[in-house]
Design a protein around this ligand. Structure first.
Ligand code: HEM
Ligand code: HEM
Length: 159
């Protein structure tokens, strides 16, 4: 497959917007736990920030996957080893998977009122945060230690 010269403006905007929304969804999870208890007791679904933020993540990730499929991604960072390339590929795939599964699990828990699924959703949400944190640390190390321009790929659009 031929590689795109860089990420597009749209891809970069989606990356940072989704990262912000995931952080916001994570920060609001405690209020959601209270709302979920009320929902289980009364059966009433009240709009709440955690669900809205999480659903926004889900919709934007679907758009992002579509755009990624159409526009591709830049090739391996010049000078990177085969192992680093594989780690980036599988790390990014894992992030996409968690970004899709976490809100789906949350939505089934919330709309279906299925208490038992809450724990699975919590596990996925926390895994997403941990993998994303590791991802951010690696990106910062690329920037400060390796100085190989990886961060620039997610800051400066092609063209
Ligand atoms: C990227 C998106 C999301 C992230 C990172 C996330 C993360 C979390 C986390 C960490 C918890 C804490 C669970 C606990 O401590 O018990 C939680 C709870 C919850 N989330 Fe999400 N969530 C996301 C999306 C959603 C969506 C879209 C919905 C519903 C439409 C949702 C519904 C819930 C519910 C109902 C709970 C409470 C579960 C319980 O108390 O057992 N979440 N979420
Ligand atoms: C919840 C937070 C985040 C998620 C879910 C996330 C997810 C992703 C994914 C899936 C990719 C691969 C893009 C693709 O090829 O389609 C990517 C790329 C990238 N991310 Fe993140 N990201 C997050 C936060 C961050 C943060 C905080 C930083 C920087 C400190 C960062 C820096 C980068 C960079 C530099 C790339 C480009 C890597 C390359 O060109 O190979 N990300 N991110």
């Amino acid at each position: 497959m031929s590689h795109a010269p860089a990420y597009s403006r749209l891809q970069i905007a989606l990356h940072w917007l989704i990262a912000l929304l995931i952080l916001a969804a994570w920060v609001t999870h405690e209020a959601m736990e209270d709302a979920f208890e009320t929902r289980l007791e009364s059966g009433v679904l009240t709009p709440n920030p955690h669900a809205i933020l999480g659903l926004a993540v889900f919709v934007l990730v679907l758009i992002r996957v579509f755009v990624r499929h159409r526009q591709g991604a830049p090739g391996p960072v010049p000078g990177s080893s085969a192992m680093a390339e594989a780690a980036a590929l599988w790390g990014h795939r894992l992030l996409y998977l968690l970004m899709i599964l976490t809100p789906i699990g949350g939505a089934i828990t919330w709309f279906g009122g299925i208490e038992a699924l809450g724990e699975g959703h919590e596990l996925l949400g926390n895994a997403l945060m941990i993998v994303a944190l590791g991802h951010a640390v690696v990106a910062i190390l690329h920037q400060l230690v390796l100085k190989d321009g990886t961060m620039t790929r997610m800051l400066r659009p092609r063209g």
